[in-house]
Ligand binder design. Structure first.
Ligand code: GLA
Length: 750
C-alpha cells in the first residue's frame, strides 16, 4: 500500500520506492506537511515541527495560550490567505460579505486505486501503473468552502502528483483570487533554486541561485507557459551536483499563465507554491460550483540532478505523452520553413519532397503559408482552406506525391490565432480576445482567438477537420506565435473577465483533445515560436514540441541541455539546419549539427535542393545512424556528463540502454584550443561488471593533426573497458581540433 493513514496519530504516509511524504492533522484539525524526502520508515516526522513563539506570529483562537503554535509558522499542506499565515499562500478568496479570510481544517479522506482523469485538463496517466490516489477534504465551516486535495502516488516511479479542487457550498457566491495547485513547506532547509528562463530563440537557460529571505517568483503572464520561464523548478542542496545531493522537482502540467513562488520564511524554512498565476486571475464560484487546479508532478532525488531528471523523463515519456506514440518509431522529417519560408509553390514543394526522399528522409512537413491569403505573416490566419494559387492541386496532391514515394506528410496549423486581414475576422471580429474600448496590442500582426467560447472551438475544429480529411496527413505542427494581451472575452460578464486566460486554456485543451480523439493516428508536434509552450500540458496531447526557433547547433546545446533537466529527448523537436545558420550566422560542420540534432526527435530544416551530392550522401548516413540508435536515444537513460564549470570547453552527454548493453556518448567542443587539456569524461549508468568496446565512432574531425584524429586511432577500438573503469576511471579522448569539432561514440557490451 502506497498510502496509509494512522488513525491514532492522524498521520498520512505516502510511500514510493525511495521516498516518503507525510502529513499530520494537528489538535486544531489543521493539516500539516511534515516531511518529503528519502524513505524514513514509518517514523512520525512531525518531531521536525518545532513549536516556538516567534512573536508577532499570532495564534489560533482555540489555542491562544500556546504561543508556540502559530498559523504563521506551521507547515500547512495547503496554505490560505487571511487566517494568520503571512507567508506566500496557495489560495485566496473574497466572500460575499467582502471578507478575505479562508481558514481550512481537516474534514475527511478517502483512498482509491488507479489514477483519475482531471476534468478538462491534462494530467499524468496511470492506466498501466500501480497508482493509488488519496483525496483529503479540508473545509472552512464559516465560509462554507471545501478544498479537496488530490494526490496520485506512483510507487514504482517515485512520483507524487497533486492538485486541488475548491468548492463553494454556500448559497452565496464567492470570488477566488488565487488557486494554486500546491504549497509545500520544506522544514529547516538551506537550498538553491534552479529555474529555466529564456527568451524567444533562447529558451530554458539554466539559472541556479541561492535562496535568500525574500519571495522569489518565476512565472508567466503571457497566456502561455512561455519562452521566458518554464513551469518547472528544482530546489536542491547548495552543494548538490549532477550525481550527489538532495533535490526536489516541481513541474506544472499546464500551458498557460503560471507562478512558482519560493519563500524563505523568518525561521529559515522554505515554502514553495506553484500553480496558475494570481495576477489577472479571478474565478467566480456560485453555489455548488468548483474550480479544479492543474496538476503538479513532484519528484525527489537524494542522488543529484541526473537522477531527478531521469524520474521526470520516465514519467513524461510513459505517463504524460500519448501512449500511442511512445514506442512507435517517429519518422525523420524535413520541414520546409527555413528552406523556403513563405516563398514556395507546388513545383518547389515537389522538388523538396523528391530531394528529401533521395536523401533518405521519411516525412515531409509543409509549414506556414499554404492556406488563406498567406504570403507573409500579416494575413490569412483563421482561414484554414488551401491557397489554390500556390497549391492548385490542394493539400491532396502534395500529400499523395509524398505517399507515392513512401514518405509521410505533415501540415502546419496555428489554430488559436486570427489575422485582422482574414475572412474569419471580417465575419466574426468579436471572436478575437480584445478589450472592446481599446486598440489591441499586436504581436506578429495577429490576434488571439477567444478559445473560451465553444462556438469558436467548434468552428476551428470543423475547418481543421475539412483539411485533414482532404489528404493523408500523419502529423500536425501546432503553432502559437504571440503572447496574449488585452485578455478580454466579449462573451463573458465583467465579473468573469479574470477567468478568460484559464478558460482559454480549457478551450485549447478541448480542441487538442478533439483532434486527438477524431484522428488518433495523427501525431502532433507542439510549437509556439519554437519552445514558448514547452510544458507537460502540451505533451499530454503531442509527444514532441519544436524546442526552439533557434536551430543553430551550438546555441541548441544549451537550449536542449536546459530542456533536458525536466523533459526527455523524445519530446524535443530538433533539426539540422543550413550553415551559415539563419538565426545567428554561425557556421558549424554538418556532422556536428547532426550529432546535436540526433539528441532529439531528429529532422532537417533546410532546402535540400541546395545540397551538394556529398551532403545528400551525408544525410543518408546520418538518417541510418539515427535509426540504428533510435531506441537507445529515445528510450535509453540520458545523463548530462560535462561539468558546468568546464562547459566552456566542451559539452558532453550520454545515453544508456535499459539493459545497459549499449551506450552512446556525444561530445562537442565549443571552445576549441591549441594544446588543450584532454577531453576527459566519466561515464554513467553502465554495467560495472560488463566489458565494453567502442563499436562505432562518428566524428566531424577531418583536419586534425595526425596524432590527434580520433578516426585514425583504430587500435583504440580494440580496447576492452570495464563499465567500472569507464565510470570510475573515465574516458580520456584525444584532443579535437577544427571548427566546433564533435564526436559520437557508440559502446557495446561484449
Ligand atoms: C513559428 C515556428 C516556426 C515556423 C513559423 C511559421 O515561428 O516556430 O518553426 O513554423 O512559426 O510562421
Amino acid at each position: 500500500m502506497a498510502i496509509n493513514f494512522n488513525e491514532k496519530k492522524k498521520i498520512f504516509f505516502l510511500t514510493t520506492k525511495n521516498t516518503e511524504y507525510q502529513m499530520k492533522i494537528n489538535e486544531y484539525d489543521m493539516l500539516l506537511h511534515t516531511y518529503y524526502g528519502a524513505s524514513v520508515g514509518k517514523t512520525d516526522m512531525s518531531y521536525l515541527v518545532r513549536e516556538i513563539d516567534r512573536g508577532f506570529s499570532g495564534n489560533p483562537y482555540e489555542g491562544r495560550d500556546k504561543r508556540g503554535i502559530s498559523p504563521d509558522t506551521l507547515p500547512f499542506e495547503y496554505s490560505t490567505y487571511g487566517a494568520g499565515d503571512f507567508r506566500v499562500n496557495a489560495a485566496g478568496v473574497i466572500l460575499s460579505n467582502g471578507s478575505r479570510t479562508m481558514d481550512l481544517r481537516y474534514k475527511s479522506y478517502s483512498v482509491s486505486e488507479g489514477k483519475k482523469e482531471l476534468s478538462g485538463l491534462p494530467y499524468v496517466r496511470g492506466e498501466e501503473d500501480n497508482v493509488q490516489m488519496l483525496e483529503i477534504i479540508l473545509e472552512d465551516k464559516t465560509a462554507n468552502i471545501e478544498v479537496c486535495l488530490t494526490y496520485g502516488v506512483f510507487e514504482e516511479k517515485d512520483i507524487i502528483t497533486r492538485s486541488a479542487m475548491i468548492k463553494n457550498n454556500s448559497d452565496k457566491p464567492c470570488q477566488l483570487t488565487k488557486a494554486a495547485s500546491m504549497s509545500m513547506d520544506l522544514l529547516h532547509k538551506k537550498m538553491d533554486l534552479i529555474h529555466f528562463h529564456g527568451r524567444h530563440a533562447m529558451e530554458r537557460q539554466v539559472e541556479r541561485v541561492q535562496l535568500t529571505h525574500d519571495i522569489h517568483v518565476v512565472g508567466s503572464k503571457r497566456g502561455t507557459s512561455s519562452h521566458h520561464n518554464n513551469p518547472f523548478i528544482i530546489l536542491c542542496d547548495h552543494d548538490a551536483t549532477e550525481n550527489n545531493g538532495e533535490c526536489y522537482g516541481f513541474m506544472l502540467v499546464y500551458s498557460g499563465n503560471h507562478a512558482e513562488e519560493i519563500e524563505v520564511d523568518q525561521a529559515g524554512s522554505i515554502r514553495v507554491v506553484s500553480g496558475i498565476g494570481s495576477e489577472g486571475f479571478s474565478w467566480l464560484l456560485n453555489k455548488d460550483e468548483s474550480f479544479v487546479t492543474p496538476e503538479i508532478i513532484m519528484a525527489y532525488s537524494g542522488n543529484g540532478l541526473n537522477e531527478l531528471s531521469y524520474l521526470y523523463h520516465r514519467i513524461i515519456r510513459e505517463n504524460v505523452c500519448p501512449k500511442e506514440f511512445r514506442d512507435v518509431k517517429r519518422p525523420v522529417l524535413i520541414n520546409n520553413w527555413e528552406g523556403t519560408y513563405f516563398n514556395f509553390d507546388e513545383k518547389s514543394l515537389f522538388e523538396i519532397v523528391d530531394a528529401g526522399h533521395e536523401a533518405g528522409i521519411e516525412m515531409f512537413v509543409l509549414d506556414d503559408g499554404w492556406f488563406g491569403k498567406r504570403d507573409d505573416d500579416n494575413s490569412g490566419l483563421g482561414d484554414w482552406f488551401v491557397n489554390d494559387r500556390k497549391l492548385p492541386g490542394g493539400i491532396t496532391k502534395i500529400a499523395e506525391h509524398a505517399d507515392s514515394l513512401g514518405m509521410k506528410f505533415g501540415l502546419w496549423f496555428e489554430p488559436e490565432m486570427v489575422n485582422e486581414d482574414s475572412d474569419l475576422f471580417r465575419t466574426h471580429p468579436d471572436w478575437a480576445l480584445c478589450d472592446p474600448d481599446r486598440k489591441p496590442v499586436m504581436g506578429r500582426n495577429q490576434l488571439v482567438l477567444d478559445m473560451s467560447r465553444k462556438e469558436v472551438v467548434d468552428y476551428i475544429f470543423e475547418s481543421m477537420a475539412k483539411v485533414i480529411d482532404s489528404a493523408k496527413i500523419s502529423y500536425i505542427k501546432w503553432d502559437f506565435n504571440r503572447s496574449m494581451a488585452n485578455i478580454y472575452s466579449n462573451a463573458l460578464p465583467a465579473d468573469r473577465q479574470g477567468e478568460v486566460a484559464h478558460r482559454f486554456m480549457l478551450g485549447t485543451y478541448d480542441l487538442l483533445s478533439r483532434i486527438r480523439k477524431n484522428y488518433p493516428e495523427i501525431m502532433m508536434e507542439g510549437c509556439s515560436g519554437g519552445g514558448g509552450r514547452f510544458d507537460a500540458g502540451i505533451l499530454f496531447y503531442s509527444p514532441q514540441i519544436w524546442c526552439s526557433d533557434n536551430s543553430e547547433a551550438i546555441n541548441r546545446l544549451k537550449i536542449q541541455k536546459g530542456t533536458g533537466f525536466g523533459y526527455p529527448v523524445s519530446t524535443m523537436g530538433s533539426h539540422v539546419s543550413a550553415s551559415p545558420n539563419h538565426q545567428n550566422g554561425r557556421e558549424v560542420p554538418f556532422i556536428t549539427r547532426a550529432i546535436i540534432a540526433m539528441s532529439g526527435t531528429f529532422g532537417y530544416e533546410l532546402d535540400p535542393r541546395k545540397l551538394s551530392d556529398e551532403e545528400k550522401e551525408e544525410i543518408k548516413k546520418e538518417v541510418s545512424l539515427f535509426n540504428r540508435y533510435y531506441d537507445l536515444i529515445q528510450r535509453g537513460r540520458y545523463f548530462r556528463i560535462s561539468n558546468e564549470k568546464t562547459e566552456d570547453y566542451f559539452t558532453s552527454w550520454q545515453f544508456v540502454s535499459g539493459d545497459k548493453s549499449e551506450s552512446l556518448v556525444s561530445l562537442v567542443v565549443t571552445d576549441v584550443r591549441a594544446n588543450p587539456e584532454i577531453p576527459f569524461i566519466k561515464l554513467q549508468g553502465l554495467d560495472p561488471e560488463g566489458e565494453y568496446v567502442i563499436d562505432n565512432i562518428f566524428t566531424s574531425v577531418t583536419n586534425a593533426p595526425e596524432e590527434a584524429g580520433i578516426k585514425s586511432k583504430e587500435e583504440k577500438d580494440k580496447i576492452r573497458y570495464s563499465g567500472r573503469a569507464l565510470m570510475n576511471g573515465g574516458l580520456a579522448l584525444d584532443p579535437l581540433y577544427g571548427v566546433y569539432p564533435s564526436v559520437q561514440i557508440h559502446l557495446k557490451r561484449l
